[in-house]
Structures are given as C-alpha cells and as structure tokens.
Write a protein that binds this ligand. Structure first.
Ligand code: NDP
Ligand code: 8X3
Length: 248
C-alpha cells in the first residue's frame, strides 16, 4: 500500500521540495502551510490522488487539531511526519530583538512542532509503526551571535528529537533529524524581512538547494524497516561552521 507522509511547511523551500520528491518515491503527501494559494498550486501540480492540502497556522493549537481531525479516513494512517515548518525572524544582538520575533520563532519552531507531533504520534503509537523526521539546523548544534533565539529553538528541536527517540522506542517508531547549513529558500527573505535578501546572503559561494535537503529526507524515509538514520548534518562545501564561509 502507498505510504502517507505529512509535510509541514510545504508551501515553499525545503518542505515543497520534500513533498515533490516523496511523491516521486511513491508516497502520498499531506501538504500543509498557511498560504492557501501556494498550497493549492502544489496540490494541482502533484494531483488529487497523491496530495491533500491542509491549511493551518502551526502556532494555533485549535487550528492544528481541527485540520488533523478533518483528515478523510483514507489519509489517516500517517506513516511519515516531516516536521519542517519553521523560520528565523530578525538578525540582531539579543537586546535589540523584537519580542514579536521571539514569540513567532518559539511558537512555530518549538510549540508548533510539538502540537503536530502529539496528534500524529498518538496514531503511530497505536499502530506501533511510523517515522518522524525533524528539520533542525546547524543552529541546533552551534549558537552564533545575532541568532540567540533561533539557535535556542533549533537546540530545542535537537533535544526534542533525542527525547522522542526514547519515548517512541517501545513502539517501533523511527525518529531522526536533518540539520542543514545555508540553503537558498525564502528563509533569509523571511528572516531579514527583505525581498532582496538572497542576493546578499548567498553572494560569493554556492549555498545548498532545497532539493539537497529533500534528497536526504527521502533517503531517511526509504531505508529498510530495521534502519533508522538518526542525524544528518548537511553543509554547502563552502561552509565550515555556522559562521565560517569560503566566499570568493
Ligand atoms: P521557507 O521560508 O522557504 O519555508 C518555510 C515554510 O514554513 C513555509 O512553507 C511556511 O509556510 C512554513 N511556516 C512558517 N511559519 C508557519 C506557521 N506559523 N504555520 C504553518 N507553516 C508555517 O524556509 P525553508 O524551507 O528554508 O525552511 C524550512 C525549515 O528548514 C525551517 O524549519 C528552517 O528553520 C529550516 N532550516 C533552513 C535553513 C536554510 O538555510 N534555509 C537551514 C537550516 C534549517 P507558510 O508561510 O505558507 O505558512
Ligand atoms: C538556518 C541556517 O546558519 O542561518 O538554520 O542558522 S543558519
């Protein structure tokens, strides 16, 4: 039977590329995000047999619950959850950060991930099967200046992933994370609140593409039953750490 994946944040970047590659690998995908036009465009592109759009704001527990409870029966047994939705907001020293940016990052990257995981994992536990892949970051492994709260949220994703591995171990649920370095998506446009941000951020070196991360996620999702890829760190060749880049 075709496996079902739920990908959060499928309207853009890594999530969109992952949804498309999962379909190519034989999954049906539940695609989620806030932007309805983007969701329905992707739904049209993939087709109604292999995709189901669910629009919700991951920060709102009631919306998450209502959306996941609305799933038709044929889409209910979720085999793979890709917790990808997330963002950075702002790039300033902590004392200059906006409170709203903190709330948005914590509510999306940590609480939103938890809201979706709680509901989806309950049915995985019942079925004693499933896989959860969390999109973390090099910012979950290193902290850097001007990124305190974003780094803290991704450190939280790392801790949650490790604890989930233990909590779900008795139920045959695979848990892992993929931790990218710089990927050219809408990430920097959102972070810097500047539509031209990518021209500056990714100048002088070749960043990763969303498809590079999707490729790793599909690899993790297609291993044999006895193999769990628990952690993948992927960097551009030009990146040595969160802050060290070989720029020309
Ligand atoms: P994009 O901005 O291109 O995509 C972010 C996705 O998250 C969008 O689909 C967006 O959908 C969704 N999202 C954001 N907020 C919410 C919300 N409140 N409710 C529902 N969905 C939401 O960035 P990326 O593809 O780069 O980011 C994906 C993940 O990868 C994030 O977790 C990010 O932290 C992580 N990452 C990115 C790196 C990079 O350099 N790009 C490096 C390391 C990790 P919508 O706006 O429609 O709601
Ligand atoms: C995104 C990569 O280095 O900007 O998670 O934090 S970084």
């Amino acid at each position: 039977m075709t496996k079902i994946a739920l990908v959060t944040g499928a309207t853009s970047g890594i999530g969109k590329a992952t949804a498309l590659q999962l379909v190519q690998s034989g999954f049906r995908v539940i695609i989620t995000g806030r932007r309805k036009d983007r969701l329905f465009q992707l739904h049209q592109q993939i087709g109604a047999t292999n995709s189901l759009p669910l629009q919700f704001d991951i920060r709102d527990h009631k919306q998450v619950q209502a959306a996941l409870n609305s799933l038709p029966q044929a889409w209910q047994p979720i085999d793979l959850l890709v917790n990808n939705a997330g963002l950075a907001a702002g790039l300033e020293p902590l004392h200059e950060n906006l409170l709203d940016d903190w709330e948005q990052m914590i509510d999306t990257n940590v609480k939103g991930l938890l809201y979706v995981t709680k509901i989806v994992s309950q049915q995985m536990v019942k079925r004693q099967a499933g896989q959860i892949i969390n999109v973390s970051s090099i910012a979950g492994k290193e902290a850097y200046g001007k990124g305190a709260v974003y780094c803290a949220t991704k450190h939280a994703v790392e801790a949650l992933t490790k604890a989930m591995q233990i909590d779900f171990n008795p139920y045959n649920i695979k848990v892992g994370r993929v931790s990218p370095g710089a990927v050219e998506t809408e990430f920097s446009i959102v972070r810097l609140k500047d539509a031209q941000a990518n021209e500056k951020v990714y100048a002088g070196y070749q960043p990763l593409k969303a498809e590079d991360i999707a490729d790793a996620i599909v690899y993790m999702a297609t291993r044999p039953v006895h193999v769990n890829i628990a952690d993948i760190l992927i960097l551009p060749t030009a990146q040595a750490s969160a802050t060290v880049f070989n720029k020309k």
